[in-house]
Design a protein around this ligand. Structure first.
Ligand code: IMP
Length: 416
């Protein structure tokens, strides 16, 4: 397998965890490069269900090297409990899991700042964050006042943490040190120079899978700003977030659902606030893996998908959740927008303009057959295959993988 970046092509929750799990089989190293515990990657393996927030999804294969890169913001308390939960289920991380010493820590006051900002926000300015402290942690990084994991686990970290807490004005320094003490000791053996380690693996010709979190439309630069997360969820982030150069990346796989969802606030042109939206939510089990919030649901937006294909340089789609559409009589796909009397073929940069965009739909026949038990692509009903072809044609990206259910057996690997 070529070194592959896997990104979300919509607003997150495209099913990346499951696709990483499939591709990780052929990789030697799986590395997360951005985001933090705002992510929630759900994996179903046999009768077992795992939700991972920080640890790369490749961890479920016993022999893979798993890395949290420098671009991730790491909540030490969350990471400790995630590792413990994995260990309790018999999954060992010893000797094969590393956290970058350059990754920034999410400290308890970041969570408080995140929640306080959301509470204070005026109508229309609320972002609907996951309240995991992501924005404030990245803000401290950009402000050059953040604490990196390398420092955090060296002697003397207590004084630094105490100073940060006092500067934040929202938490007692001694209390924060006490809260973090156990996590610091627990995580210390996992922290190291992952940039050097990744370069070594690359030089040795080992296959690297870059696991993106969130999605293109939540990217801080390319998404629906300000209704975005605070990191580069697009393929470019894979380089800055790991220290491997762009030429280490040989292929980009875009994970995309056969319809669209979004959690939190912000424009969403194809959103369905009717019973079809409810049907997608129910059939797709569209409730946040991190916050439990119901996801907003809508039709596939080919304008967004084309934009994601361009920004990330997507080589193949991994198309997920086709089975969710099984009960639909007809299926709509947004092929363009109409805004202020003009037709738009591209996603506008401005969120206010996007909020005024009306979708221009094309309609396709549904298949009204259960596809979740199908085990070969060729056995899918003809209209289902025709729908998949339409999505690929409208976006100019070939199909690499298709899934019709949550487990490993419902995934067809076609070209990747
Ligand atoms: P934050 O990343 O917690 O600051 O949240 C910013 C926005 O990104 C909110 O709309 C969240 O709902 C959204 N978001 C963050 N992480 C995820 C994710 O993993 N899936 C879907 N949406 C997310």
């Amino acid at each position: 397998m070529p070194n592959t970046v896997l990104i979300g092509a919509q607003w997150g929750d495209e099913g990346k965890g499951k696709v990483v799990d499939v591709l990780a089989r052929d990789a030697d190293v799986v590395v997360r490069y951005q985001g933090g515990s705002n992510a929630g990657h759900t994996l179903e393996i046999g009768s077992e269900r795992f939700v991972l927030h920080l640890v790369p999804s490749g961890v479920l294969y016993p022999e893979k090297l798993c890395i949290i890169g420098n671009g991730v913001v790491v909540d030490p308390l969350e990471l400790k409990s995630e590792i413990e939960a994995l260990m309790a289920r018999g999954i060992s991380l010893e000797g094969r899991f590393w956290v970058s010493d350059r990754a920034h820590a999410v400290l308890p006051y970041h969570r408080r700042q995140d929640a306080a900002r959301e509470q204070r926000a005026r109508p229309g300015q609320r972002l609907g964050t996951t309240q995991r402290g992501i924005g404030p942690a990245y803000a401290d990084k950009a402000h050059r006042t953040g604490l990196r994991m390398g420092e955090f686990c060296r002697p003397g970290w207590e004084a630094k943490v105490q100073m940060r807490a006092e500067e934040s004005g929202c938490i007692d320094g001694a209390e924060m040190v006490a809260t973090l003490r156990e996590a610091a000791a627990f995580l210390a053996p996992f922290i190291g120079d992952t940039t050097a380690r990744l370069h070594e693996e690359w030089r040795r010709g080992r296959t690297i899978l870059f696991e993106g979190a969130q999605g293109t439309m939540l990217d801080v630069d390319h998404g629906t700003y300000p209704f975005v997360t605070s990191s580069n969820a697009t393929a470019g982030g894979a380089s800055t977030g790991t220290g491997l150069p762009p030429r280490a990346i040989e292929r980009v796989v875009g994970v995309i659902k056969c319809y669209t969802t979004r959690v939190g606030e912000g424009p969403f042109p194809t959103e369905l606030k009717d019973e079809t939206g409810d049907l997608l939510r129910r059939r797709g089990r569209e409730f946040g893996a991190t916050t439990g919030r119901p996801r907003r649901c809508g039709w596939f937006d080919a304008v967004v998908a084309r934009y994601a294909a361009a920004v990330n340089g997507v080589d193949y789609w991994a198309l997920t959740k086709l089975d969710v559409l099984d009960e639909c009589e007809t299926i709509r796909v947004c092929v363009a927008y109409e805004c202020d009397g003009r037709r738009l073929d591209r996603v506008p940069a401005d969120a206010e303009t996007l909020a005024r965009c009306q979708p221009v739909y094309e309609e396709f026949p549904g298949w009204k057959t259960c596809t979740s038990g199908v085990r070969q692509y060729e056995d899918l009903p003809r209209p289902a295959r025709a729908y998949v072809d339409v999505l690929c044609r409208l976006t100019g990206v070939p199909l690499g993988l298709l899934s019709v259910g949550p487990d490993r057996a419902s995934t067809f690997r076609l070209a990747i």
